[in-house]
Design a protein around this ligand. Structure first.
Ligand code: ADP
Length: 488
């Protein structure tokens, strides 16, 4: 006991007590600190949880928005695909009835409506009626009749617009859309969709699709109009062509008849003239030959002139007869392989004295030989006529060349001169009967105007071509072709 109350003991005790108190304080402090730390941790955790909750909410909200957006996109895609199908189905339709038959129940359902009708703007005639009752139809027509001016300025009337209030009452307040179908700047019809089938009611998208369909129908109507106009023009043109062809055939027949009559007339006149002319010719040559006794010089001079002119007349009548015979196909054409070069040379030799008399040079320029299909007698007459003309219409010291060249399956024969030439305005006429160039230089040379007409007919009987090129005071070239006889 004494020990307990001894000062040494007291100091020890106090020291221990202080140590315990200190430790206790320290422990309390430590615990307090830990508590504070845990509190902070809890607070931190709480705010984290709150954050997480906010983010989760955000995610859910985004997810919902995304879903809504996805639905809207899907709806837009569906509408686009509907529009694409509708447009491609009616793209090539060129008939009004067929075009409006595309507006059927399926299309109306795709546009999210239950009923539809289309009425012509002018006569209020119903073109399409999909489940409109007669009362609804009458109300719509009355509305159109009353509000014609509005359609000119309003492309779309919906049940939401004030204009449609009166109609809304009649159509028992359900949603509807009305739009004009415009073609060629005029309203052709009025399209009405009625009773939207969407539970949430129609939106801008429905209005948009409806507007596009109405615009597209208008464009289709424009195309149909254009096609009809084109078709009409085509038909009119066809009728005109038919009419003109008929007229032409008639005129051609008339020309043929007249030409036949003319040939027959020329032929019979020439025949009639030939007999007396032959006897006149016989007598005149006997008289000129003084077979009936001597004649006074003056009489002999006159008789010579008569004889010359009778000869010309006989030539003329003979040529006329030949022309009419060829035209009437009464002449026998013997087309056979023959050497055109030899024929040219022969004709040139035959006409050489005539050329020399006129003082012009005449040369043939041909290959050694070239076989062609021809009636030699007739082609000889062609060459004689052409070379004769060249001699007649070329002044002294001029040149005449007769050439033959092969061009593929054809032989081309050229008769060129350096003579007076033919004025351009006469070129297309010189093959006509009795046509002569009206020029003093040409007129002073005697002729009948029949030679080239005969030449042309002969070439045509060979189914070949003849043409001319000429320049006044420079010269003329006549060309004609003949078929080369290949296997000879
Ligand atoms: P003709 O020679 O008898 O008058 P043609 O029918 O042979 O009749 O010729 C018709 C017209 O063509 C001639 O009158 C002449 O004016 C013109 N003509 C023909 N050949 C030539 C030519 N080589 N050069 C110039 N004019 C020509």
């Amino acid at each position: 006991m004494e020990e307990i109350f001894s000062p040494r003991f007291n100091v020890g005790f106090i020291f221990i007590l202080i140590s315990v108190i200190c430790s206790f304080i320290l422990i309390i402090y430590y615990l307090n600190q830990k508590l504070l730390f845990f509190k902070q941790e809890v607070e931190h955790l709480k705010s984290s949880i709150k954050n997480l909750d906010h983010q989760a909410k955000l995610i859910i909200k985004n997810d919902i928005e995304l879903k809504l957006y996805q639905e809207a996109v899907n709806d837009k895609l569906r509408k686009l695909s509907f529009l694409k199908n509708f447009i491609s189905a009616s793209l090539n339709i060129l008939d009004r009835e067929k075009l409006f038959s595309q507006i059927n129940r399926e299309v109306i359902r795709a546009m999210k409506f239950e009923k539809a009708c289309i009425v012509t703007f002018q006569d209020l005639e119903t073109i399409v009626n999909l489940d409109f009752t007669s009362q609804e139809l009458t109300s719509l027509k009355q509305f159109i009749e009353k509000n014609r001016d509005i359609f000119a300025t309003t492309p779309l009337i919906s049940s939401n617009s004030g204009v449609a209030q009166e109609l809304k009452e009649v159509l028992s307040a359900r949603e509807f859309l009305i739009s004009p179908i415009v073609s060629g700047a005029k309203i052709y019809a009025i399209f009405c969709l009625y009773k939207c089938s969407l539970p949430e009611g129609m939106s801008e998208a429905e209005e948009e699709v409806f507007s596009i369909i109405c615009m597209y129908l208008g464009q289709c109507l424009d195309n149909i109009k254009l096609f009809e106009a084109l078709y009409r023009t085509g038909e009119e043109l066809e009728d005109k062509v038919k009419e003109k062809t008929l007229q032409l055939t008639k005129t051609l027949k008339e020309i043929e008849d007249v030409s036949k009559m003319k040939s027959e007339f020329i032929s019979s006149v020439s025949h009639e003239l030939r007999t007396p002319l032959t006897s006149i010719k016989g007598f005149s040559s006997l008289l000129v030959g003084e077979k009936f006794g001597k004649l006074p010089p003056q009489a002999k001079e006159r008789l010579k002139k008569i004889d010359e002119n009778v000869n010309k007349l006989v030539d003329m009548v003979n040529t006329l007869l030949d022309i009419s015979r060829i035209e009437a196909k009464k002449i026998e054409v013997k087309i056979a392989p023959s050497d055109i070069c030899k024929l040219i040379q022969d004709v040139v030799d035959f006409l050489m004295p005539q050329a020399e008399n006129r003082g012009v040079s005449l040369v043939a320029n041909t290959p050694p030989a070239l076989m062609v299909l021809m009636d030699s007698n007739l082609i000889e007459r062609v060459l004689v006529n052409l070379i004769n003309n060249a001699i007649k219409f070329t002044p002294p010291e001029g040149k005449i060349e007769v050439k033959c060249v092969r061009e593929g399956s054809k032989a081309k024969i050229l008769v060129s001169d350096t003579g007076y030439g033919i004025p351009p305005e006469d070129l297309e006429n010189i093959f006509r009967e009795f046509y002569r160039v009206n020029d003093p230089k040409h007129r002073q040379i005697k002729g009948s105007g029949l030679g080239l007409s005969l030449v042309k007919r002969i070439i045509e009987t060979h189914k070949e071509k003849i043409w001319v090129e000429s320049e006044v005071n420079k010269g003329t070239t006549f060309y004609f072709t003949l078929e080369v006889a290949e296997n000879v």
